[in-house]
Write a protein that binds this ligand. Structure first.
Ligand code: ZN
Ligand code: ZN
Length: 386
């Protein structure tokens, strides 16, 4: 049988670029790959033919030889296909180039990484997600929480094995306990060996002849468990803590998943968190603003006394250093509490109050004199961010 033209095999023109050739080969190889056409001799031949065409046309020198002399120019050239001189690594490197590593894996049913695969014990349990709402006080100091969760736990009757007793665990007959089976395939390269997970035991290496009655062979049961979570100080809403091995138990002794704790913040009645800082809106009366006073404000750690000096303007911000939240990543860094002063303007007045205030309305010292105030708004903002 005479050989088909290589360009024709890949369905490209004689002037096709290297990229066009690669693309065309990828398409043909995917279509006729033996894994996709098991037992189809015609497809295998087409696959082989395409690989050979690509081997020549993807190489500038060989392509030039072929263009000048046809098949005669490249027969017996290099690692020819007819003699089976190409080893596995050559093929892998060729496919790696053509398909990229991602496709490579799926193409060969798991790829090379599975070859060194170890016998798995059971099936890993899934991660479990819970939400945990914390108050500002708890976040400020860190807290240990005990929470009840419903989840899969290891079966105590069988110790997680899923077997009725020791005698009902047997070495898997299909894989002789290795958890893997070798599959030999005839391809254009000759015989190709692939190693896959044993379908009989799912890679566990053992099979169970009699199942545990409590868990019906699963090795785990659904139950409630109390889990202790140590929450470090300074966490924030949206953060996730991961508690290793506290998720769902695996099947038949498989590793447990993780418990993922999503942090939420309970709204505070008076305080408002802004990153590491805590904001508080303080309302004082006009007379307190004029004469000054001392009063208590709430903080995330009890209450604190502050002094309002005489002549305090509305909008003034007092800073309580270190009264904010700690940085979860550094024990030494702490935010501040920012207290913004609001001077309360009365909204209802008695006749007597009205009279008193009206008497004051023309008093010279009640006229705003912002240039005499200690600092303007922009200076204060600058202070805050300095
Ligand atoms: Zn059991
Ligand atoms: Zn097996």
């Amino acid at each position: 049988m005479s050989k088909r033209d290589y360009y024709e095999v890949l369905g490209v023109s004689k002037s096709a670029s290297a990229e066009e050739i690669k693309k065309a080969y990828r398409k043909v190889a995917m279509q006729f790959h033996p894994d996709r056409n098991p037992g189809d001799k015609a497809a295998e031949d087409k696959f082989k033919e395409a690989a050979e065409a690509y081997e020549i046309l993807s190489d500038t020198d060989k392509r030039a030889q072929y263009d000048r002399f046809g098949h005669a120019g490249v027969s017996g050239n290099g690692r020819g296909f007819g003699g089976g001189g190409m080893n596995m690594d050559d093929i892998f490197s060729q496919f790696g180039d053509v398909f990229g590593e991602d496709l490579f894996g799926s193409f060969f049913g798991g790829g090379r990484s599975n070859r060194q695969g170890q016998r798995a014990r059971g099936v890993r349990g899934s991660n479990l997600r819970v939400k945990l709402k914390l108050s500002y006080e708890e976040i400020a100091k860190g807290v240990t929480k005990n929470i009840k969760v419903k989840k899969y736990v290891s079966c105590t009757t069988c110790g997680g094995s899923g077997a009725k007793d020791k005698g009902s665990v047997q070495t898997c007959g299909t894989c002789q306990g290795s958890g893997q089976v070798r599959r030999v395939q005839n391809t254009f390269l000759g015989q190709m060996q692939t190693v896959t997970t044993c379908p009989t035991c799912n890679g566990e290496g053992t099979t169970i002849t009699a199942k545990c009655g409590s868990c019906k062979g699963e090795g785990r049961v659904y139950a409630e468990e109390t889990i202790t979570i140590d929450v470090p100080a300074g966490v924030q809403a949206g953060m996730q803590l991961s508690v290793s091995g506290k998720g769902n138990a695996g099947e038949r002794g498989g590793t447990a998943g993780d418990l993922i704790v999503l942090i939420e913040e309970e709204a505070h009645k008076e305080l408002h968190r802004e990153g590491l800082n805590v904001a508080y809106d303080l309302y004082i009366s006009f007379t307190d603003a004029v004469f000054g006073t001392s009063l208590e404000v709430p903080t995330i750690d009890g209450r604190a006394k502050i002094k309002i000096p005489p002549g305090t303007q509305g909008g003034k911000i007092f800073r309580l250093k270190g009264k904010g939240f700690p940085n979860v990543h550094s024990h030494y860094e702490k935010g501040d509490q920012l207290i913004q002063v609001n001077v309360w303007t009365p909204q209802q007045l008695s006749e007597e109050e009205k009279e008193l205030l009206e008497k004051l309305s023309d008093a010279p010292n009640l006229k705003p004199q912002p240039e005499k105030a200690e600092k303007g708004f922009f200076d204060k903002i600058r202070d805050l961010f300095s």
